[in-house]
Design a protein around this ligand. Structure first.
Ligand SMILES: Nc1ncnc2c1ncn2[C@@H]1O[C@H](COP(=O)(O)OP(=O)(O)OP(=O)(O)O)[C@@H](O)[C@H]1O
Length: 297
């Protein structure tokens, strides 16, 4: 299978140590693969590299990075015959965790040799693709601040979150889907394809990446007294029981706010219009996941 590895030297652990670059090259040599490794040089470059890989006839295109790199590579593979491979090494790895794709020290490379191909849904927010989750409000603000940090990881994420939490003000939104319309003040509106943001923080427990539907989670208010209980619920898949949370499921939604602002797609932020149209493109991305028997073992 003609394969190309796309390595982001700036993501997660790669920024601290380039050992995965060497590991990928060694893996190719050891298994005599028809494969090569290319490095990203700037934001969005991974999409260009992945497009070129598809044009070159690659059947497997492997992102070595976090959810941002995964998103950029996957964006070029929508509706293409090429499959995405993941060596998840970012700070959250939401899609990889949801799909049971192990980290590089735990079988991610082996998975590329003996994995199964699954075809998953793609979400689009005003035309911008996402594969794990998109969101507005506090969610997008945190992504924006987090992306500007030089030191990432769970401790930095927790620090950024709590540093911003009590200063952030909820905004008014109208969510529409078919005949349904809800106007509410919300702290976060998250639209998830998978069940988690990353780091086993479950924003949409029970979500499926191939059911042709997206999961909206509206968090209405977060304040001094409910922040910790909500955090505990997020990490124990019990967010549904919170009085501050409302969930919706469907193939398309619009989310309207009074003014334009930020949204994030898989953790990368974008300025966008006040009206956000969110749609799903069912089963449009092929991705290599652990072989069913190996995953069950
Ligand atoms: N050579 C480069 N120089 C600077 N930025 C880059 C380069 N290559 C890719 N990027 C950008 O690096 C960003 C971070 O990548 P990625 O999300 O994979 O890592 P992460 O943020 O550490 O992981 P996670 O999303 O899991 O937290 C992406 O926005 C990507 O566009």
């Amino acid at each position: 299978m003609k394969t190309r590895f796309i390595y982001n030297p700036k993501s997660g652990h790669n920024a601290k140590s380039p050992h995965l670059l060497e590991r990928a090259r060694l893996f190719i040599a050891q298994h005599k693969l028809d494969a090569d490794v290319v490095l990203t040089e700037r934001t969005r470059h991974a999409t260009e590299l992945a497009r070129r890989a598809v044009d070159d006839g690659c059947e497997l295109i492997v992102a070595i990075g976090g959810d941002g790199t995964m998103n950029e590579v996957a964006a070029a593979l929508i509706d293409s015959p090429a499959a995405l491979g993941l060596i998840p090494c970012g700070s959250g790895n939401g899609l990889g965790r949801h799909l049971g794709i192990p980290g590089p020290g735990k079988g991610a490379f082996r998975n590329l040799l003996n994995g199964d191909i699954r075809t998953i849904d793609t979400g689009l927010a005003n035309g911008i693709p996402f594969f794990n989750a998109m969101g507005v409000g506090f969610d997008a603000e945190i992504s924006h601040r987090f992306n500007r940090l030089t030191h990432r990881g769970l401790p930095a994420y927790v620090h950024t979150t709590f540093g911003t939490l009590f200063r952030f003000r909820p905004q008014k939104y109208t969510i529409r889907s078919g005949d349904m319309s809800i106007t509410t003040s919300a702290f976060i509106i998250s639209v998830a394809n998978s069940d988690q943001y990353g780091n086993d923080c479950f924003i949409a427990p029970g979500a499926s990446v191939d059911d042709g539907r997206l999961n909206i989670t509206v968090m209405k208010s977060i304040h001094l007294f409910n922040a910790l209980p909500i955090a505990l619920r997020l990490f124990t898949k019990r967010i549904d029981g919170s009085a501050s949370v409302q969930r919706l499921l469907g193939p398309s939604f619009s989310i309207e706010r009074p003014v334009p602002g930020l949204l994030h797609t898989d953790g990368e932020t974008h300025e966008t219009a006040a009206l956000i149209e969110v749609t799903v493109r069912p089963r449009s991305l092929r991705i290599m996941v652990p072989h069913r028997e190996a995953a069950a073992a």
